[in-house]
Every structure is written in C-alpha cells, then in structure tokens.
Design a protein around this ligand. Structure first.
Ligand SMILES: Cc1ncc(COP(=O)(O)O)c(C=O)c1O
Length: 433
C-alpha cells in the first residue's frame, strides 16, 4: 500500500503482505524530519505514544524552565516583566502558535485553559449573534468540558439566551440546514478525543456561515499534529491547548484565535485588568484593548508560558505539512502492524479506517483496554485509556520513529499472548487514566 504517490510522500509503505522490522528501519531512513527527535529529552527505552495527552519534554523547554526560575525570577525579580518581556508573553506565544494553525499574526493569544477560553469565545459569539438566535450546536460525543461550558452559560443566562443542542457527527449538516435560523454558534472539536475522527473544517464552516451561524473550533487534538488553515477556512473562533502536541508541559496555558474581522467589535465577558487598553493606568471603568489582548483576564502564568514558548522552538525545525505527512504514515504503519498480528485480533479499531479521516491517533476497543494499557506502560510503551473500553495511541511525529512503533506492537502482542494484563496490579484503577 502506498500512502500517497511516492513522488508526493516521503514515506513509502511496502506492499508486502507482512510488514517486518526492516520496513520500519527503511521508513526511518527516509524520514525528512527525523532530526527533530534529538530535540526531546525522553527516558531511554520509553516509547511515548501519549503525546496527544501530555507532550514530552523538549530540551529547549527544560533549559527555559531552569532559566526562568533561577535567573529571571531568582535574580532579576520583578524587573523581568520588562527585562525579559514577561508582559508580552501572551502575544509572543500566540504569534508563535499562529502559523501552526494557519493564522496571521495578531489573531492568537495564549492564556488560561481551553475551558475558560471557551467561556470567553462562546459568550462573545452568543452576544454577536443574538438576540434572536440562542442555540449552540455541538456533537454528543464532544469532549465533556466543551459541553459543560455551554451548560454553565445556559444556567447563568437562561435558556432563552443560550441552550445546548447536540447531535451525532453525521447529523451536523442536516441539523444546520433544518434549524440553522435558530442556531447562534456551531462549536466542534476538530479531531475527536476518543476516535480521532477529523471534521472537514472548511465545509462545515462554510455551511454554518450560509445559515448565519458563527463557528468555534476546539483544536486540542489538532494544533501541532494536523494541518489546519483557520484563516483560509474563514473560521470565526478557535481554542486549543499547549500541553498536548505543542509539548508545553503539564497544565501549560491554552490559546484563543479570533478572526481579525471580529476582534474590534466583539465583547468578551471576563473583563480583567490585563485585557484593559491601559492596564497600568489603573483607571476606573473597563476599556477593552482594541486587539486580541482583550481576551486576557488576569496575570499570565509566566513560568508555564515561558516553558511553552521555548517548547514551540521545535516547530521552527519542521513544518506542518511534514508533520501531517509523517503522522499519516505512522497511523497507517501502526494500523497495519496490528491488523497483521493474529494475537491482536481482539482489538477493534474505533478510529476511521482511512487516514484522511482521522487525526494523529488510533483508538482500539477491547474489554480489557485499561489493563492492557497498564501492562504496556510497565513494558515502557506509554499509551492511555479512555472509558469505557478504549486504548488510545497517539503519534507525535516530532519525536517518534517507525522502529519504536514496530517495538510497541511487538510488546503489545507479547502481553496479549502471555495474558500478563490479567495480573491484579494492572487492573487497579488509578485516579488519572
Ligand atoms: C478536545 C478537548 N477539549 C478540551 C480539553 C480540556 O482542556 P482544558 O483542561 O485546558 O480546559 C481537552 C483535554 O484533554 C480536550 O481533549
């Protein structure tokens, strides 16, 4: 099977019915972004297939963590707000994320969490599109926080101002067509957190706009893994996080994108002093910044944001077309390895079959998914579990090799064959899965 015409793709998967270790080695030799692997500090022997949950440590981020604590905070103290431009970090980091999601500068800002940022953009969009429209259309199996935030707004303002409407992925277009006149906002996650299924951003955004509906995309599983073109797709708003494929570290701040055409007029409700036009005049009365800074509320988390800023240097060494190309090759390679292994026949693919329709992850259903995942971690292959029965493998193209994928499927097969996963220690549920 060829991933693409070999003149277009740098990764050619062999047509041999059974893939071997040698095929992985060949793919690694062809890999034009293999140099990025050396930019990470990952424990020896670990195959990290969980960069879609928490990215590993880039060396640049590690150095920055030490510098921002010891020198900037420790030595330069409060002068660092100016001396090390801490005050500009939300914009600096936003502008570094912008090209990764197809946005021109000045439309992306780094701040808070996705959940808080969703509150800000949802409230902004509902005001822009009110008062006759009040429905927020989303997908039933969206990440829960996205739906919870709409429920919170509904409780606060009443269902005549905001009400959540959900449907399955395949009903989105028909609901838009039939109820579009009542819908204020279409809020979708671009790549589904469980299945990895990817939406056609351009098509759905256009369809929503035709009905007068504003669109918010959650890019949690897209930014840094999937080729995204927000400006070209004429998206209104987007949010995304810093700790997954962007490798910004645990709890790294998130980001907001707002299209230029909306920024001047929109009003976001968390009107903290950092979003004020002149925060250091300390004047009474809120006057929003004219630009994307109006989405700031309080003081930025400087340590985390500095670390994310340095982590993003990895993306100066690769471009998003290369990243997507390797990601597609990796999901295809892994999928074929699992499919050709008899002992893994109990794993049912819960992601789309075609790589074009999925992001950078593969989900498999298995009744013992949790225990399998724990047993795999004990063998140095880190994946994760999503209730009720999914084992999820994330393929971050920047730090993984094809050979590691081969090794991980070998280990998974051995665990299945030996039934190691049935041991009690792998069946005890921990707080975080
Ligand atoms: C699709 C999606 N949206 C939102 C979130 C939560 O983001 P935060 O914790 O930054 O609010 C996650 C977390 O994994 C996610 O996968």
């Amino acid at each position: 099977m060829l991933i693409k015409d070999s003149t277009q793709s740098h990764y050619t998967l062999s047509n041999d019915p059974k893939l071997q270790e040698g095929h992985a080695i060949e793919l690694d030799k062809e890999d034009p972004i293999a140099h990025a692997i050396a930019l990470f500090d990952i424990p020896q022997g670990v195959v990290y297939l969980d960069g879609n949950s928490l990215g590993p440590l880039p060396i640049s981020a590690k150095k920055m963590a030490i510098d921002v604590v010891e020198r900037q905070w420790g030595q330069d103290l409060i002068t660092s707000w100016n001396k090390h431009a801490w005050i500009d970090l939300p914009i600096t980091v936003g502008n570094k994320i912008a090209p990764l999601i197809g946005a021109k500068h000045g439309q992306v800002i780094c701040c808070d969490s996705i959940s808080v940022n969703l509150f800000k953009v949802l409230a902004s969009a509902l005001q822009m599109n009110g008062p006759t429209r009040h429905k927020v259309l989303s997908q039933q199996d969206n990440f829960p926080t996205d739906l919870y935030m709409v429920e919170g707004l509904e409780q606060m303002f009443g269902s005549h101002k905001c009400s959540l409407l959900t449907c399955s992925a395949d009903q989105i277009e028909s609901v838009l067509e039939q109820q579009g006149h009542e819908i204020s906002v279409l809020m979708l996650t671009h790549v589904n957190f469980r299945s990895g299924e990817i939406h056609d951003m351009q098509k759905l955004t256009q369809l929503a706009h035709k009905q007068g509906v504003l669109v918010i995309w959650d890019l949690a599983h897209s930014a840094g893994a999937v080729h995204v073109e927000l400006d070209e797709c004429q998206v209104d708003f987007a949010v995304g996080c810093g700790y997954k494929y962007l490798n910004g570290g645990p709890g790294a701040p998130a980001f907001i994108y707002a299209a230029n055409k909306h920024i001047t007029s929109l009003k976001q409700p968390l009107t903290g002093w950092m979003g004020h036009a002149n925060p250091f005049t300390f004047e009474p009365g809120y006057k929003a910044d004219a630009g994307i800074k109006k989405f700031l509320s309080g003081t930025p988390s400087v340590i985390s944001m500095s670390v994310l800023n340095a982590a993003l240097d990895v993306f100066e060494q690769v471009n998003m077309e290369q990243v997507r190309e390797k990601s597609v090759a990796m999901t295809c390679f892994f999928q074929r390895l699992v499919a050709q292994t008899d002992v893994l026949c109990g794993l049912t693919l819960a992601s789309p079959l075609s790589s074009e329709n999925r992001g950078s992850q593969l989900a498999y259903k298995h009744p013992a998914a949790y225990a399998l995942c724990q047993a795999l971690i004990s063998e140095g292959v880190v994946a994760d579990f999503r209730a009720p029965d999914i084992i999820r493998f994330g393929f971050s193209p920047t730090f993984l090799s094809f050979h590691q994928l081969f090794v991980s499927v070998e280990k998974l097969s051995a665990i299945m064959l030996s039934e190691k996963y049935k041991q009690a220690e792998f069946n005890r549920k921990q707080a975080v899965t």
